[in-house]
Design a protein around this ligand. Structure first.
Ligand code: HEM
Length: 148
């Protein structure tokens, strides 16, 4: 019971942190972003990756060591839809991460400039991530109650 409580608490805190990080990225990526902004964004993006990995590890620990047992999830369609949504968010983050790396490199030079097209593309991917991410808590609540 106590292990489940610790894992569930960690899971919730990490998931809120992940949501905050995506929102912060959406705020920083703007057509008037400075070189300093690009450096900050690159740090935030590293935290994004690390937090996503922790969410994955704690999530797997909940499946294996949670109260219900792994069978409750492996045969649960809502669980697999939630995993699919998580993977889609991860895939949608690849393009922004590559662009953020390029911006970070350019920020070391004297004159930092941005192409409006690149900003629009990255913003589009971030908003798409937010859209798919929003489905995950709904699928989580579903998998905890139905689906098996
Ligand atoms: C690969 C990553 C993940 C795995 C393996 C995972 C696994 C789990 C497990 C095993 C539970 C326990 C459900 C139960 O009580 O029966 C859970 C609950 C929950 N998860 Fe995840 N999770 C992952 C990612 C996420 C993400 C990214 C979010 C949010 C965006 C999220 C939100 C939730 C919520 C809100 C609950 C509580 C559901 C409820 O009790 O109503 N999870 N997760």
């Amino acid at each position: 019971m106590f292990t489940d409580l610790v894992l569930a608490s960690a899971h919730h805190l990490l998931v809120f942190l992940l949501a905050a990080i995506i929102a912060i990225e959406a705020v920083i990526v703007r057509p008037d972003m400075s070189g300093g902004g690009a450096k900050l964004l690159s740090r935030i993006d590293a935290y994004y990756g690390a937090t996503a990995i922790l969410v994955l590890l704690i999530g797997i620990a909940r499946v294996l060591f949670g109260l219900k047992g792994w069978e409750a999830y492996v045969y649960n369609w809502a669980f697999w839809l939630k995993m699919l949504a998580f993977v889609v968010v991860g895939l949608l983050s690849i393009r922004p991460t590559l662009q953020i790396r390029t911006w970070r490199k350019n920020a070391d030079g004297d004159a930092f400039s941005l192409l409006p097209d690149d900003v629009a593309k990255v913003r589009g991917y971030i908003l798409a991530q937010i859209g798919v991410f929003t489905l995950i808590p709904v699928l989580a609540a579903t998998m905890a109650r139905y689906g098996y």
